[in-house]
Design a protein around this ligand. Sequence first.
Ligand code: ZN
Ligand code: ZN
Length: 338
Amino acid sequence: MKAAVYTGKQDLEIKTITEPKLIDGGAIIRVSGCGLCGSDIVKLKQGSAAQNDVPGHEVVGCIYETGENKDFMPGDRVVLGHHVPCYECIFCKNKNYSMCRQFKATNIIPGGFCEYIYVSDKHLANTVLKVPENMPDEHASFTEPAACCLRAVQRASIKPGDVVFIAGLGSIGLIMGQVLKYFKAEVIGCDLLDGRIQLAKDLGFDAAYKYTNDQEIAGLIKTNFQQEGPDKVFLTSGNVKTLSTAISSVRDGGSVLVFASIPSNEAGFANNDIYYRELTILGSYSPSPEDLKNSLKFIEKNVIKVDNLFTIYDISDINQAISDTNSNRIIKAFIKLS
Ligand SMILES: [Zn+2]
Ligand SMILES: [Zn+2]
């Protein structure tokens, strides 16, 4: 079957690889398409993926073959999460599902950017979800990234009326904002690109500013929202400069939620801001099965609108999709397999 694989270089190679087979039950899914995630690109840039790994995890497809499982039938259209928590360990008991060792060890085989994948019975029982009939594949593929946003908003304990500033309006920032509006926060976005600022306004953000410098942005928020700065800042850009924007704009006693990969040697550590200003720094990484279920419902009910967030590419053009994502020419790529 056709697959896009890591080769240790900066781009992926389209290769013919062996199709996966059922292992102790589970199911084979024929992939219709898979969203290109920022994390796939981070691994490519850092060279941290193993040779011949197939990236991609935001899969939508159809059940092709099942083992013992009776909840799914061949032909069922599904989306899925690639990791499954155990619900028993110390991490799961504290709702840190994405830190669970089973969560980290479970995965789809070989990865989303190929024609067929294997999922285990654990996946079928927890993270494989049937797609509502009239939902397009491209919309359904946002289930996992939007679930990441649901989790982040929960982690940040948002209260109605909280003023939240989102630094970075890529697909994650634009979805975060919609979820925050649903939880009745006042939402301000910021980005360098005019198109994304307009999109944020169209999606119901209370304000969206073009980034100029940290002081000016902090000043705009103070003038237009509240004297002391936002209660919470969501960092959704991997650009190291947005860290200073986040720390300098958040009000004293406020929280910064990090949903971005920035290497420690670049990011540094804002110790004295955390100490003297009593800031809370939170991370949010990957969603639980419950977040996935809620996310699919949010997309179905149009609470999260994704119509204008994706561009479709054929698998053979995946390197073009990666370079268009890196150059910010598109917001998010949906890679079509069949
Ligand atoms: Zn993802
Ligand atoms: Zn666990």
